[in-house]
Design a protein around this ligand. Structure first.
Ligand SMILES: Cc1ncc(COP(=O)(O)O)c(C=O)c1O
Length: 365
């Protein structure tokens, strides 16, 4: 990490280094392309949408568009962004709290989050193809985030779904196409398949054949080499799917996280009450991921050394990028954080303290 980056290393942000313009995000588009190719191959007939909220960077979307069947967006803003870049691609619009304007968007699928939302849609007279988002009361143990499996603001319980089905049967402007479920994030392939089986059984009980199983495929920041088993998942879904059923998934993090790095430089090294800290340029206002997930952001390279806590430039104790990492760091060293391609720059509070924005670099593709 400290000197792992050089002008010679493949994909290094050599120009930025030369210009002294760190921090920067560096995206490896060839890595993304290869990863998507293998995910796509493992999925067979299962439709693949990308959850744009994970990272809406236009260069990443350009590569994604080669491989995905469509994009899942969660706001009018994301919809306008994707429509502008890829007008030909199918789009599913989801997310809680849709405004009246968002509800009447022209999209391929609208994911309905509540019976109130559906009543507003029907009252508008707007023709739409909808999936009803169900929140099934099934255990989602082991998940890093739970959007289902109990009382959450996401989706509807089966009683509210029944209300929606009745409302829809009394009219024909809004067409009921199927069920949407995104119950949890951070589950491995066998657990995801268990959830899929439960969602499919539920949809079949309603006589519905189009099922979006959501995203949430596990990513391990503690062990970057441990990746979601797409082969097992694809085989499992093929085994679960019945003839005539359309299965769709909409992952975000597991598709783009690996292609991004956040590269910065040590400004200061200090010892406070015995503990060693390295203060780097930038911080969690650029890459909020370690603060939101409570992890140490994984790093590449580096010589072994005394454990050091790597913090950013913000005036808050929450601005920690990695805790007690056993590497040697001194002022001026370059630090390279990996797994920075999802829920990183786009979820961060950029303007807090008004430090400069990072650079953005793309290699390969
Ligand atoms: C409805 C929905 N679909 C897909 C995703 C993508 O999840 P992930 O990035 O964990 O794959 C999310 C994330 O919150 C979501 O809320």
């Amino acid at each position: 990490m400290t000197s792992a980056l050089s002008a010679e290393s493949p994909g290094s942000p050599a120009l930025e280094l030369a210009a002294g313009r760190l921090p920067a995000f560096v995206y490896d588009l060839s890595e993304l392309d290869a990863h998507l190719r293998s995910v796509r191959a493992a999925l067979g007939d299962v439709e693949l949408y990308y959850a744009v909220k994970a990272n809406p960077d236009p260069e990443l979307l350009r590569i994604l568009a080669r491989h995905v069947d469509g994009f899942e967006v969660a706001s009018g803003g994301e919809l306008a962004h994707v429509r502008g870049l890829h007008p030909e691609k199918p789009i599913a619009l989801g997310g809680p709290g849709k405004t009246d304007e968002e509800l009447v968007s022209e999209v391929t699928r609208l994911h309905v989050e509540s019976s109130g939302e559906l009543r507003r849609l029907v009252a508008s007279g707007h023709a739409a193809d909808v999936l009803l988002r169900v929140n099934l009361d099934i255990p989602v143990d082991g998940a890093s985030l739970s959007m289902g499996g109990g009382a959450t603001p996401f989706g509807m319980d089966p009683a509210a779904i029944a209300e929606c089905v009745e409302l829809l049967s009394a009219q024909d402007t809004v067409r009921l196409r199927g069920i949407h479920a995104h119950l949890a994030s951070g589950l491995d392939a066998p657990r995801m398949l268990e959830l899929a089986a439960a969602v499919l059984e539920y949809a079949r009980g309603l006589g519905l054949t189009e099922i979006n199983l959501g995203g949430g495929m596990a990513v391990s920041y503690a062990d970057p080499g441990r990746r979601f088993d797409w082969e097992t998942y694809g085989r499992g879904l093929a085994g679960l799917r019945r003839p005539g059923e359309v299965l769709r998934i909409e992952p975000g993090r597991s598709l783009t996280v690996y292609c991004g790095r956040y590269v910065t430089r040590v400004i200061d090294v200090k010892r406070v009450h015995g503990e060693l800290f390295a203060v780097v340029a930038g911080g969690t206002h650029h890459i909020r991921t370690p603060a939101t997930k409570g992890h140490s952001q994984p790093m590449a390279g580096g010589e072994p050394g005394e454990p050091v806590t790597i913090v950013g430039q913000l005036c808050t104790p929450k601005d920690v990028l990695a805790r007690r990492v056993p590497v040697s760091l001194k002022r001026g060293d370059v630090v390279e954080f990996t797994m920075a391609g999802a829920y990183a720059w786009n979820i961060s509070h950029h303007d807090f303290l008004m430090h400069p924005k990072p650079g953005f670099h793309y290699v390969g593709g």
